[in-house]
Design a protein around this ligand. Structure first.
Ligand code: HEM
Length: 560
């Protein structure tokens, strides 16, 4: 029998410092108060008995109107969340409008990370917004991120409710979206264990090596299919380690389901109006302006299938004795042997988490790498020279070479800094009131960490828009871009895995191919215009490129 999930959490994390009462409920209590009052007054013949409980009286009665209004207002304010009286003010931010607050000021519509940074320059860091009464802050500097997201990680590491992707689209099972009270700690523990560096090195590196070899072969045959090959490779690696399923081509159903899940996260998390005012999720789908709800609901089938189908396949293969080793098969076996504390549903959720968070991020980083090499040919040449010197021309680079390379690791750091894959991370959420630098930050504040702004701060990184791996070498070297993987208790558990697969892909591409700018019909090189999408993972628009095998490439490399 599968055991129920055990959630390891601190009571401090769960208990909000002040009760929050849903506003329609507060109005309803006010209304009930009025009806009660009216009934009591009727007993004393003060007011005539109305025809129905809440219908206004037939003749305008100023007492009735005043009574109902004051009871509604009383109900609303008496049950409003009470905050610790604070002599201090909120952090600075743009002035809000009546009722909607800063709805118009909250960056939207592309390059939100630049707009947040500009607001921080104008006001200060953090920037405070209030949208329909809900507090939101953005953090745009390493200093504030260190103080709040790292230093007070316990308080700043929950997730907001995010009804657009969780309640409506049905992805609430994904670890990256889970709130503390949704079993986050137990799932996080399993994910961190399965992505521990020792497991990555011993169990997943062979899978990476095998898939990268297939990638090079595919690229040799179809150099025009670079981007699809990259996505296929990162997808195949994660599918193999999660489910033990060998992906062979782009039409593989596992890859198709993954692609649909990616599309669900293509809007900036927390920016949808329904994420700020969750009540909007209840509007009927036929209502004008409910397109967001219809769109989100259309994703539910995929959210359900991408956990259930691979899971059921593995259960079937385990029963037949044909299951390949994988994270999910190991978790199922643990449970059946009585060693695990997870339910079948937990295992489905965990499989879906690896599957959806592991591939897209790494693929996007490799596509950004292609662009960087095209725009900075000197960097590419220097990296290739280093590989030639350390690896030689008669074999492919491997993990064993890494300790002898000094420039390539800097190329990887600069790649993640230059175009952070998740520029606004995933939104964090405060569990308690906090005071910072004399400002009051309320409990239940949505926190937007601006990774891009931190990694493009001129005070830390000289000429931040340029791709300069040398900034990480020598006596005056600049800070490592560690925040690219997020903050505090939510820091990316897949960072060791990502680091390894990125290294192997980047080193292999550099060793075998040269990337250069595309040519127009007249044969002249040109620089393609590229923009990056919003969303949890910021993906570049696909761009033309030239990919040529290095003239010195040796046939002994083994994939020709
Ligand atoms: C270049 C590659 C990657 C980058 C830049 C990246 C970045 C991030 C960021 C910024 C977050 C949010 C952290 C926060 O909220 O503070 C995150 C969360 C997460 N990442 Fe990654 N990631 C990468 C690859 C991976 C891989 C390969 C996996 C799995 C195999 C993975 C699994 C996760 C999971 C499960 C979470 C949610 C953690 C939680 O909410 O507790 N990531 N990642």
């Amino acid at each position: 029998m599968l055991l129920p999930i055990v959630t390891v959490t601190s009571p401090k994390l769960h208990a909000p410092s002040r009760p929050t009462v849903f506003w329609p409920f507060r109005f309803t209590v006010g209304l009930c108060g009025y009806i009660l009052l009216q009934r009591i007054m009727c007993l004393f013949y003060i007011l005539p008995l109305p025809k129905s409980l809440i219908v206004m009286p037939h003749s305008p009665d100023i007492l009735q109107v005043l009574g109902i209004c004051s009871c509604l207002v009383l109900g609303f304010f008496l049950l409003a969340p009470r905050r610790k009286p604070s002599s201090r003010s909120f952090p600075p931010g743009p002035p809000g409008k009546f009722l909607v607050g800063n709805l118009q000021n909250l960056p939207r519509g592309g390059s939100e990370w630049v707009k947040h940074r500009d607001l921080a320059r104008q006001y200060n860091d953090p920037v405070f917004f209030r949208v329909f009464g809900k507090p939101v802050i953005s953090i745009n500097s390493a200093a504030v991120a260190n103080d709040l997201l790292e230093g007070k990680g316990l308080l700043y590491s929950d997730r907001p409710r995010l009804p657009s992707v969780k309640e409506l689209a049905g992805y609430g099972w994904n670890l990256i979206l889970k709130s503390y009270h949704e079993g986050w700690a137990a799932h996080r523990k399993v994910v961190a264990q399965r992505l521990h560096p020792s497991i990555v090195h011993s169990q997943y590196r062979p899978v990476m090596e095998q898939e990268v070899l297939l990638f090079l072969k595919r690229l040799q045959a179809r150099p025009d299919n670079l981007f699809k090959s990259i996505k296929l490779t990162t997808g195949a690696i994660i599918v193999m380690i999660t489910y033990g399923h060998q992906v062979t081509d782009e039409a593989d159903p596992y890859i198709e389901m993954m692609e649909q899940a990616r599309a669900a996260g293509e809007k900036t998390l927390g920016a949808a109006l329904v994420d700020i005012v969750p009540f909007f999720q209840h509007i009927p789908t036929w209502f004008p302006g409910a397109a967001f709800k219809r769109h989100a609901l259309s994703r539910r089938k995929n959210a359900q299938e991408l956990r259930a189908i691979p899971y059921n396949n593995i259960k079937r293969d385990l029963a037949d004795g044909t299951a390949a080793p994988s994270i999910v098969s190991a978790l199922i076996e643990d449970v059946f042997s009585g060693a695990g504390e997870l339910t079948e549903l937990d295992i489905q959720d965990l499989g879906g988490t690896f599957y959806t968070t592991g591939a897209d991020t790494t693929a996007t980083a490799v596509i950004n790498f292609v662009l960087a090499m095209m725009l900075y040919p000197d960097v590419q040449r220097k990296a290739q020279d280093e590989l030639d010197a350390v690896v030689g021309r008669h074999r492919l680079p491997g993990f064993g070479d890494r300790e002898n390379l000094s420039y390539i690791p800097c190329v990887l750091k600069e790649l993640l800094r230059w175009r952070p894959v998740a520029p606004l991370a995933a939104p964090h959420y405060t569990t308690e009131d906090d005071e910072y630098n004399g400002w009051h930050i309320p409990a239940h504040t949505t926190v937007i960490p601006n990774i891009w702004a931190i990694l493009h701060d001129e005070e830390t990184y000289s000429d931040p828009e340029s791709f300069i791996p040398e900034r990480f070498i020598g006596a005056a070297k600049e800070a490592d871009p560690a925040f690219v993987f997020g903050f505090g208790r939510r820091v990316c558990p897949g960072r060791f895995f990502a680091d390894d697969s990125l290294f192997l892909l980047v080193a292999s591409i550099l060793h075998v191919f040269t990337i250069s700018k595309p040519r127009d019909e007249a044969g002249t090189e040109f620089e393609p215009a590229v923009t990056w999408s919003s969303g949890l993972v910021s993906v570049p628009t696909l761009f033309p490129y030239t990919l040529s095998a290095r003239q010195t490439v040796a046939p002994e490399l083994g994939f020709m």
